[in-house]
Design a binder for this molecule. Sequence first.
Ligand code: NAD
Length: 283
Amino acid sequence: MTAELIDGKAIAKQLRRDLKQEVDELKSAHGITPGLAVVLVGSDPASEVYVRNKHRACEKAGIMTRDIRLDEDTSHEEVMQAVQQLNDDPLIHGILVQLPTPDQVDDEAIINAIDPNKDVDGFHPVSMGRLLAGQPGFVACTPKGIMHMLDTLDMDLTGKEAVVVGRSNIVGKPQALLLLERHCTVTICHSRTKDLAAHTSRADILVAAAGRAHMITADMIKPGATVIDVGINRMEDGSLAGDVDFEGAKEVAGAITPVPGGVGPMTIATLLRNTVDAAKATA
Ligand code: NAD
């Protein structure tokens, strides 16, 4: 292996340790305990795992969590009411609705109903608009966590060629904006991009967020590039794979994240970061 392994687990652990200190200070100086509410509609097994991991991480950092568990057949109006109650609750600083919700619930309307001051997932149009305008606000946890990871590498991002594969609202688009804000020259690739390899092979920083196992192979990577693998793909044997063919890519890249143990832990740690920031804003 020639590439440096970017250890998301270790970086996230340090971030959570720093947050614990901030939480302790917030409690002693202002009597505020950051509170995160998680709304889970139905019982999707993958969502259950995410929610459990989020809770464990919050508990360790001293953040109070509250679960709002609603049945699979809960109406859209009832979910809206649950969000409204959390908006009005002074003990709750961050609200997260686990997506996707069942069909009868309109995810977009639910996200739009969250108080932007409690939008710790950064999915509300106000948060996304602020990001686009270069104003401070909540930023989606995965891309924000990736920027934190890049910062630990001590690399000057200015003028670097950055290529983001994927254009979702939760990863690709905000990732591209964050890299642009740091003066990268940014290209966004997606499912209709012609000749993907022509773009990826120019990238000094390559972020793969397409949700296609092993689609980025070694020959698509510029030697020495920093490769961030966001993909989480469940393989037939039950194992997890990223969007990058790690075995080949690690021989070409300069630095690379593993899956699991790369971006995933950073996403959760950044959710805690956003929740603590939301609580601090009320001090
Ligand atoms: P999405 O399905 O909403 O978006 C995927 C994007 O990839 C789309 O914009 C699509 O145009 C693009 N795409 C699909 N096939 C492509 C192809 N062949 N070539 C180029 N582009 C292609 O997915 P998402 O929510 O953005 O998530 C992407 C991946 O990241 C998924 O595997 C998801 O599980 C994972 N993810 C991981 C974390 C984490 O914390 N590690 C967080 C969020 C998402």
